[in-house]
Structure formats: C-alpha cells, structure tokens
Ligand binder design. Sequence first.
Ligand SMILES: [Zn+2]
Length: 70
Amino acid sequence: MYRRQTDEAKKKGVSNCPLCAIGPAANAKRLYDFKEMEADHVTAWSKGGDTSEANCQMLCKTHNRAKGNA
Ligand SMILES: [Zn+2]
C-alpha cells in the first residue's frame, strides 16, 4: 500500500499523504518515509467502512491523528 501510493505521488509530483497533497502547506509536495506514515481507513469502521484496499490509504501521522476515528 505504501509503495503504490508513494509511486503514484511521485509521478504526480505531490505528497504521498493525500491530505497534505491537497493542502496549501509547504508539505504539499513532501514525500514521507514509511515510518512517518500510518494506515488509515477512508471510511471508519464505526461508520460502516470495511478493510478492503479501496478503503485504505496511507496518511502522515499528523493527519491520521488529526482525523481521529480511523
Ligand atoms: Zn498529511
């Protein structure tokens, strides 16, 4: 998951954290190391999300923690 998302981000020239990539911050083009990121469920389990790959993404730790209920 990490590798695929990072490869796509490199091709587009954006951050491999999708929330950083759409943000105005200096981090918009930052590529994070695997250890700087955490897996996130796009739709939280508590809201009916499943564990499929389509429902997973890697976020930087800052954004994953800000998002909370993943
Ligand atoms: Zn981020």
